[in-house]
Design a protein around this ligand. Structure first.
Ligand code: NAG
Ligand code: NAG
Ligand code: NAG
Ligand code: CU
Length: 210
């Protein structure tokens, strides 16, 4: 097999198998927001919620009931954060291309617009604006009975000024290099050390094949 063909095959395999980690900052600049509040993630990717301050959560919800948990959906638990405090993280695996809606179950945060979406369907009328509008009208903000569930908890070091690593990009959610044990991968997201290790193994295999 030719070198270029082999490398092409391997890079295709690597990108489809390993995925990237998208970062969503929770409560950035003390706002009741997820940043970004809409993102696209492929199957095999991860989405990491970083709890920067206040006492927020992230809960999966059906589109039709914005502030009520999806049966079998994820719930991070509540994560108080603040200046100088290690940042709790909650990371979910993206296992389908189905749209994933989420909200914060604290007080009336959901009603106040603390909602977001992964893989919204282009052209559908099930938009983030529609979800946010419905959330505003929701009678209750429901805390799931058990959690954390459906994801993995972690912690990262705080930024020196307690903002969790500075301004958000608004689009990509790139990770701050100062605090992240993760290699930056530009605007699209990040590749973790273990994923980089996987790529290294693949390249080793490539070396054996060539
Ligand atoms: C965070 O919020 C939850 C739910 O409202 C509450 O049970 C918990 O005591 C809060 N934690 C702190 C440290 O305020
Ligand atoms: C989307 O369109 C369908 C079909 O017209 C309608 O029944 C539904 O209520 C709409 N949903 C929203 C959120 O606008
Ligand atoms: C906090 O530090 C980050 C990284 O140096 C910087 O981008 C951000 O603007 C700072 N935020 C404040 C409020 O000083
Ligand atoms: Cu909140």
């Amino acid at each position: 097999m030719q070198l270029t063909n082999t490398l092409l095959l391997l890079s295709t395999a690597a990108s489809s198998v390993m995925g990237i980690t998208h970062v969503v900052k929770v409560g950035l600049n003390s706002a009741l927001t997820y940043t970004p509040n809409s993102l696209t993630a492929a199957v095999g990717d991860k989405v990491e919620f970083d709890f920067l301050n206040a006492n927020h959560s992230v809960v999966q919800a059906p589109f039709t009931t914005p502030c009520v948990p999806s049966p079998g959906g994820f719930f991070s638990g509540f994560h108080p954060g603040g200046p100088g405090k290690a940042i709790d993280t909650f990371t979910i695996d993206i296992k389908t291309t189905d749209v994933i809606w989420f909200y914060c179950a604290q007080a009336k945060h959901c009603q106040s617009g603390m909602v977001g979406v992964i893989n919204v369907v282009a052209g559908s009328n099930k938009t983030l604006d529609a979800f946010t509008a419905a959330a505003k009208l929701a009678p209750n903000n429901v805390v799931p009975p058990t959690g954390p569930v459906g994801g993995v908890l972690g912690q990262i070091a705080p930024a020196a000024n307690g903002t969790g690593g500075g301004a958000a990009t608004g689009t990509g959610g790139a990770k701050p290099t100062s605090t992240a044990p993760i290699v930056s991968n530009g605007a699209v997201g990040t590749v973790s050390a273990s994923q980089a290790g996987g790529l290294f193994s693949l390249l080793l295999v490539a070396g054996l094949l060539l």
